[in-house]
Design a protein around this ligand. Structure first.
Ligand code: NAD
Length: 331
């Protein structure tokens, strides 16, 4: 099948080409993201393959159908960038990749937590300049601390397991509580208890209208003073301006994020020689107790191999008329 691959990075090309040895699709790579301006590139491709910041809203989907596209294959888990209702109405199928490596994302969340707590980014910068002063590098033991996991699905549960291994107590919040989470030795708690007792809050729920700005001024005001906030899920779970206020007042003790509300205009490219006009991000990176990574939590060899194999397997299923194992639909 002809597949137009948008937002294609060198690692996408390398791993998709390797996975395609078993499928023989015709892959055409485009560096640019899919949006209304670039959608014409997909003409005459039966499938498009897109990533987290490509846009598949109703207008783009309509143009895709017009050009002959019948399948949108997301090479990621989250699908907040696809209008599923419009896709259904237009008869376009949507597939994604689930369960490619919850370890990759959970381990990155732990790396962020360790770095922000033990000030690794500051220590790294100091020692490169032969500054071996320890002032300002005080952290805290994770052992015995309370960790709140918001979204206790696949990634949230791996993160939980690791935190329990550190000797933390883990409390969770999920719209759909699961026995698997409790079987790990964690327990569910109400938002009030989470606010009062969590030393660390890590977000692992999807971005939906319900979870948009789940961390806002009011949740931050109810949080334990000095708590650390980790977000490897989706940027808009956090009201970034409210978080900046909480960092300024010391109510929030630190922030480590792999995702950012306005990341679509910034992430996955080298802007080091560019004037950044996003004042919110500019302010964020000036805090000594903030770490930002550019949506790299998924980026392990194991995860990317599985992502590419699953994506092309889904296209093959579609092409051969088999049931789509990884289909997502509006209902
Ligand atoms: P999952 O579906 O296994 O788990 C998500 C959990 O969130 C589920 O248990 C679900 O019940 C819960 N949830 C849904 N609505 C909720 C709500 N309103 N309040 C609280 N909980 C709610 O998904 P996963 O594989 O664990 O992935 C979680 C998220 O991680 C994805 O949605 C995606 O946004 C993000 N992600 C990020 C990266 C990255 O590279 N940074 C990579 C993969 C996934």
């Amino acid at each position: 099948m002809d597949i137009a691959v948008f937002s294609a990075k060198p690692y996408d090309r390398e791993y998709l080409n390797a996975a395609n040895a078993g499928h023989h699709h015709r892959l055409q790579y485009f560096d640019v993201p899919l949006d209304i301006e670039t959608v014409s590139l997909a003409a005459n491709h039966g499938a498009v393959c897109i990533f987290v910041n490509d846009c598949a809203d109703a207008g783009v989907l309509q143009a895709l159908v017009h050009g002959g596209t019948k399948l949108v294959a997301l090479r990621c888990t989250g699908f907040n960038n696809v209008d599923l209702k419009a896709a259904q109405d237009l008869g376009i199928k949507v597939v994604r990749v689930v369960n490619y490596s919850p370890n990759a994302v959970a381990e990155h969340a732990v790396a962020l937590l360790m770095a922000i707590n033990r000030k690794i980014q500051r220590a790294y910068n100091r020692t490169r300049d032969f500054n071996f002063s320890l002032d300002g590098l005080m952290g805290f033991d994770l052992n015995g601390k309370v960790v709140a996991v918001i979204g206790t699905g696949k990634i949230g549960r791996v993160f939980t397991k690791i935190m329990l291994g550190f000797g933390c107590s883990v409390i969770g919040y999920d719209k759909f509580p699961s026995a698997e989470f409790e079987a790990l030795g964690a327990r569910y708690a109400r938002p009030k208890e989470i606010g009062e007792s969590a030393d660390i809050i890590s977000l692992h729920c999807p971005l939906t209208p319900e979870t948009y700005h789940i961390i806002d001024a009011s949740t931050l005001a109810r949080a334990k003073r000095g708590a650390l906030l980790i977000n490897t899920s989706r940027g808009a779970l956090i009201d970034t301006e409210a978080v900046i206020d909480a960092l300024k007042s010391g109510q929030l003790g630190g922030l480590a994020i792999d995702v950012y509300e306005q990341e679509a205009d910034l992430f996955f490219r080298d802007l080091s020689g560019t004037i950044i006009t996003d004042d919110v991000l500019q302010r964020l990176v000036t805090f000594p107790n903030v770490i930002v990574t550019g949506h790299q939590a998924f980026l392990t060899r194991e995860a990317v191999t599985t992502i590419c194999e699953t994506t092309l397997q889904s296209v093959t299923e579609f092409e051969t008329g088999k049931p789509l194992s990884n289909e997502i639909s509006a209902s």
